[in-house]
Design a binder for this molecule. Sequence first.
Ligand code: DX5
Ligand code: ZN
Length: 213
Amino acid sequence: MVKIAPSLLAADLLNLQKDIEDVEESGAHWLHIDVMDGHFVPNITFGADYVKAIKNFTSLTCDVHLMIKQPEKYIPSFAQSGADIITVHYEAVTHLHRVVQMIKDHGAKAGVAINPATNVESLRYILEEVDLVLVMSVNPGFGGQKFITNSIEKIRHLKSIMPDKRGVEIQVDGGVNGDIAKKLIHAGATSLVAGSHIFNNKDRKKAIKSLQN
Ligand code: DX5
Ligand code: ZN
């Protein structure tokens, strides 16, 4: 069954606790936390303390998406804050293999994200090492953007080069809604991130369900 990861970027900042409880009760599997630095992407969001506060409150897997330059500087603090999965961007890192090892050495699962214009083939020689690959289906930085259609083809391609039996999660993030989810799951996605689709909907249960079918 595909894992649904609501993106807290679209949650109500002043009612975060309520929104987290709501998606937890509505069947979400993970919480997706978008960390932005104003350098790698043109927006600034949360730091490790935010993850710590959430982790103290929820039993859901904290899936931390680092959209920051030099993520290696911050991996220890995010891991100590309780991040279960730490995903770094291929485009933000010079020594990707080393950074992936570093995440695992700190006890978290390691993910690598690629931007819409990055070829999945660039990840071929790191697939043996990672726990998750995140295919961005919008340019990272903001919620509520339009899904870039060729991401579906990228998922298919990624699945075809994935080493057998490793069980690497294939995650998609950006502009995901019910209609798109169906195509993504069919192409091989195992985890879907959704911000606006879930939090802009009063009935979170229905919104989450619509992504799974
Ligand atoms: C974009 C973030 C996404 C974003 C998704 O940079 O990585 O996680 O919150 O939001 P929606 O689902 O609204 O596109
Ligand atoms: Zn994200």
